[in-house]
Design a protein around this ligand. Structure first.
Ligand SMILES: [Zn+2]
Length: 103
């Protein structure tokens, strides 16, 4: 059914919040969106915690690689690449998860 041109209900694209749902600062935002300050704070926190978690877990993986890998140079090289890949994947997963969780 078509809406009447003078309907009192707003169209779905016109739904606007007049304050940020997270920090309650007065701003004009689309419904459900966060203000720029909150988005920057979430990004900064998720980056910091992601680096911390990735660094600690990579250190544990490095200890395991040093203890368990044979002295062969190829094995050492593969272990080093594995540590770098572990750090990057852990960082990306933790950061993404926290970004969604902190919203
Ligand atoms: Zn906010």
């Amino acid at each position: 059914m078509l809406r009447r041109w003078n309907s009192q209900t707003p169209s779905p694209g016109a739904l606007v919040e007049h304050q940020c749902p997270r920090c309650h600062r007065p701003v004009e935002l689309p419904l459900g969106a966060l203000c720029g300050n909150c988005l920057r704070e979430i990004e900064r926190r998720s980056t910091r915690i992601g680096r911390l978690v990735a660094g600690v877990s990579s250190a544990l993986v490095a200890i395991y690689v040093i203890v368990r890998m044979p002295q062969d140079p190829t094995a050492r090289y593969v272990g080093a690449v594995g540590i770098v890949v572990w750090y990057l994947l852990t960082y990306m997963v933790v950061k993404r998860t926290l970004r969604e969780y902190l919203k």
